[in-house]
Write a protein that binds this ligand. Structure first.
Ligand SMILES: C[S@@+](CC[C@H](N)C(=O)[O-])C[C@H]1O[C@@H](n2cnc3c(N)ncnc32)[C@H](O)[C@@H]1O
Length: 364
């Protein structure tokens, strides 16, 4: 096998991350980006690894399920989207199957029910914020796994308001000539101008309702880790006795405090440092953890604190199924995984949001 060699392959499925996989005649597994399920392709080998190869499409012999023409001229070079070449129905089926596969390992020892993916009402125009990079007169997004800037004029997954702002900024930013790449972000005026904020403007209320439903009515106290600017806190406090909300980003905490929520303690700092204090103040029998960490997941330190003080429920909102799986495995001795709800917060990209419900094992 050589780089540049051509081969014929049928794509078996699309795996998490967005690439199709198939087997070459030699028995080697091949990963092919921008392919569709069951598609028959001629591919060019681009990279050879120990146990697999990577290829790109040279020719499509038989189109796979759901293939459509991508709408964005930067698709394929910009690192943002992975599923513009598929219709939305196929993308949702693929994402559901990926979640089923990643979490199938829990089926044996947990009463796990994987629910149907919640779709975004629209797969385009949903982002309420974008981050761009500027260097040597180029303004755009990074190419996949690279610092190379792919210039763009507009972004189809961003909202109309963001695209209006982008148009205004493009010519100004292009003037920038500096030794380093500069980064800037554009946000809709409705959302806080700093720190993390949920990105899909069509699913904001739905996310809050789903988390509320998952928590359940018997819970009246919450320890919320990674609470950001109080996105879930603001909604949940309407029916909670009290919430301890821990967040390390100073500006997000400042914003959260401006909401004036009476039954909420906003605590600035790392969950690692503040959790034990909250654990000592909560009434265990009616309390739950709500965690919404960044894609790296929860640190071993936090997992160990949770394992030393398991509350009846733990609700885990995650934007990375792989770290979610890892963290559930680390919590397994105290918790059962009950439900997993995929949510398509990031249509056309390979990302999948999940809401997991874990309940404390009996007899702890
Ligand atoms: C995915 S965001 C979720 C924010 C919020 N739940 C929301 O929906 O807007 C993760 C948040 O965790 C915060 N964070 C990351 N690591 C942290 C840590 N070790 N301790 C406390 N906060 C942390 C980040 O600043 C960010 O606001």
């Amino acid at each position: 096998m050589k780089i540049g060699q051509q081969s014929v392959v049928t794509i078996e499925k699309i795996v998490y991350g967005g690439e199709g996989i198939g087997k070459l005649e030699e028995g080697l597994v091949i990963f092919v980006p921008f392919s569709a399920p069951k598609e028959k392709l001629r591919v060019i080998i681009r990279e050879i690894k120990k146990n697999y190869v990577k290829g790109t499409i040279k020719e499509i012999f038989e189109k796979g399920k759901g293939r459509v023409l991508p709408a964005c001229p930067a698709y394929g070079s910009c690192g943002g989207c992975a599923y513009q070449h598929l219709d939305y129905e196929t993308e949702l089926e693929i994402k559901q199957a990926q979640i089923e596969e990643i979490f199938s390992c829990f089926k044996k020892n947990h009463p796990l029910s994987i629910q149907n993916i919640i779709h975004s009402p629209f797969p385009y125009g949903y982002r309420n914020r974008i981050s761009l990079h500027v260097s040597n007169g180029k303004v755009g997004f990074y190419a996949k796994s690279s610092n190379r800037i792919v210039p763009i004029r507009s972004c189809l997954i961003a909202s109309e308001k963001i695209n209006v702002l982008l148009k205004k900024w493009l010519d100004q930013k292009r003037q920038y000539v500096g030794p380093k790449t500069m980064h800037f972000s554009l946000r809709e005026p409705e959302i806080p101008s700093y720190g993390f904020y949920q990105v899909n403007r069509y699913l904001l209320q739905k996310m809050r309702e789903l988390v509320d439903e998952t928590i359940g009515r018997e819970i009246s106290q919450i320890i919320e880790g990674y609470s950001g600017a109080g996105f879930f806190t603001e909604y949940l406090r309407l029916r909670m006795e009290k919430i301890y909300a821990i967040e390390e980003n100073h500006l997000s905490v400042e914003h959260a405090k401006t909401l004036g929520l009476k039954n909420v303690f906003f605590i600035e700092g790392k969950v690692e440092d503040k959790l034990a204090d909250c654990q000592s103040q909560i009434e265990t029998a009616k309390a739950a953890y709500l965690f919404d960490p960044p894609k790296e997941g929860i640190s071993k330190e936090v997992i160990s604190l949770v394992n030393s003080h398991p509350l009846p429920k733990l609700i885990y909102v995650s934007c990375n199924p792989l770290t979610l799986k890892r963290d559930i495995q680390r919590l397994e001795k105290n918790y059962l995984l009950r439900t997993l709800r995929p949510v398509d917060l990031f249509p056309k990209t390979s990302e999948i949001e999940c809401i997991a419900l874990l309940t404390r094992k009996n007899g702890i």
